[in-house]
Design a binder for this molecule. Sequence first.
Ligand code: HEC
Length: 710
Amino acid sequence: MNYKKSNLVKNGLLIIIGICLSISCEENEKITKIIDDKAIADENQTSDWLAYGRTHNERRFSPLEDINVNNVADLKVDWFLDLPNDVGLVSTPLVVNGVLYFTGTMNIIRAVETTTGKQIWEFDPKVRDAIKGKQQIGWAHSRGISFYEGKIFTATWDGRLIGIDAKTGKEIWTAVTFDPNRSLNITGAPKAFKGKVLIGNGGSEAGPARGFVTCYDAETGKKLWEFYVVPGNPADGFENEAMEMAAKTWNGEWWKNGGGGNAWHGFTYDEELDVLYFGTGNGGPWNPRIRSPQVDDNLFLCSVVAVKPDTGEYLWHYQTTPGEAWDYNSTMDIVLADLKINGEDIKAILHAPKNGFFYVINRKTGKLISAEPFTEVTWASHIDLKTGKPVLVDGARYDKGPIDIAPDAWGGHSWHAMAYSPQTGYVYIPTLHSAAKYSDKGVVYEGWQSKEFSGGIGVGLSPADKQFSNHPASLQAIDPVTQKQVWSIPQKDFWNAGILTTGGNLVLQGRSDGKLLAYNAKTGEIVWTYDVGLGISAPPITYKINGRQYISLLAGFGGGYARGGIDSYNLGWSYRTHTRRLITFSLEGTATMPVLPPRHFPKPIVDANFKIDEEKASKGMNEYWKCFGCHGDNMFSGGMAPDLRASPIPLIKETLTAVVREGALNAMGMPSFPDMTNDQVENLMHFSRKRAVDTMPDYEKSIKDNITEQ
Ligand code: HEC
């Protein structure tokens, strides 16, 4: 062998290895990085955003500090992707090995390049076809996807869990998680961990439901285990000891109405302790005296439940709202933090459910450490730290007549992502300030059983007499160690969006009014505002590629409140007026965004030739419960579907029939109702005309207020 040559080769190799270490191998390593639990649990990894809450801890804190409180004012749009066919966008994108994946309306998933937004592939699970003739109430929102070892997981509205090849966007397996004819739906992001995927579902308002979560093999889609949230009929035997224990906290024939507890959000895997936690939902029906005549705790409603991840075996639970009566889901984020409280190191869960209390729970034992209200709370005076239970105010369960209750069913905090920064030590909660009058007037207790529920929940809600807060929403920072509020920024519109916090001492949050804001994480001072031109509900994410820190956000108003009602309508994000977008920011960005149209308020059509039959209109109002989930409360659309008061289609019976019964607009996301009778369609027609006439003054006020505002 020629010595010189061999030396050269050696040197060459050394050079190559040298380069490799500094650039290309790192790149190479990025591309082949295996996304397992170690990767997902790594808090220091900043190039990607690997899971719903960034890491297994669900903190939504990134240590990245290139964009920081001092230079955030220079943040610019780097690239954007128009999503003209999307409607409600609420999801958290993922960034894995330099590719950004996100789920849009109707669970359509796209993979795009992180530095340009150029589409790599699209996967459409055809939810529109799946909902044909069924699942007619709800909204086409998904809060996210998950990633594990080369696969993406999505759970569709109609109940399928799908494993997708991340490289090709092709389906690998599909598991049907519930009978699609049942009135259940999925809006949550599946939780991928330990070679498994967990998913629950929602829908306890649409029919008798017995909540459950199911766990599948990530590789094959094979079902591994399931865990019921509430016990079934004891005569059928209990699935496990946990159900037997839970059944002792129920009475009467609760199983006939399902019981509820649907776990539709709040799944966390604790990689350190190897425990799985999930939050559980409200009672079904809401009125506890219907569920269980001698009101009792009704386990495991409104709880955080800890189970063994491999088997689903029960470990412990903490119930935030025993004897639930107000729709106080505990299906909100379960954030893991390491805190020092009274000199003791605590592995904690941070949890801010709908009921308005912020909880710090010891996650090794399930024992409550502290709980204080983070918004106006009137149903309980406090949480007794000895028993871990709330102390209810007299008549809170509307058992002594109608009563004003705060928070109401929207909750003090819903699914909008909260965040925890280990740097500031604060938790950031997108807070809602809500109240309503709860009343069981007219509820027939004896034999209350409804196959369909027909939208019934066993309690009537109306506006509260008293105003508890002078702002409908706020963003606040709370110190979980002291339970003290550190700062709070009031907001003038309801339904504020999810949060990101970073090592740059930043908190970023979008608002319903279309503004994306950056705050000083320590002080709450606003340090940057950007007008997206369209209501925001999704949380931003951040990642770093080739030395550049990016912030990405899905802009598109969405979620339950976006379906409509007068306040939501008044935001002016009417159906398909404003293009939905994936927007990415950086300090170096040079993109110019096309300006979106101004706020738009659909004008009700008043047809003088149409003679409204009051009786038919009144019957139509009852039919409309099948439609309000998309077309809006009282027919005020919030932008998820056309405003029917302003649509010419309900003016002509034939066209309305074609759309409603025959599915003429099925491909566009309007479900068909083949079982609806001619009379029912006609009733809806009269109801829509009545609403158009009755709400003309509201429309005129919206226009006037909007002009005054500008
Ligand atoms: C799952 C959501 C959803 C539900 C539930 C729903 N719709 Fe729709 N509807 C839509 C969407 C989305 C469109 C718009 C489709 C398009 O872009 O053309 C639509 C369109 C329509 C239109 C046509 C309006 C126009 O001007 O183009 C009518 C009329 C209508 N729906 C009536 C109803 C009625 C009546 C019900 C209840 C029986 C109902 N819809 C339930 C989502 C829904």
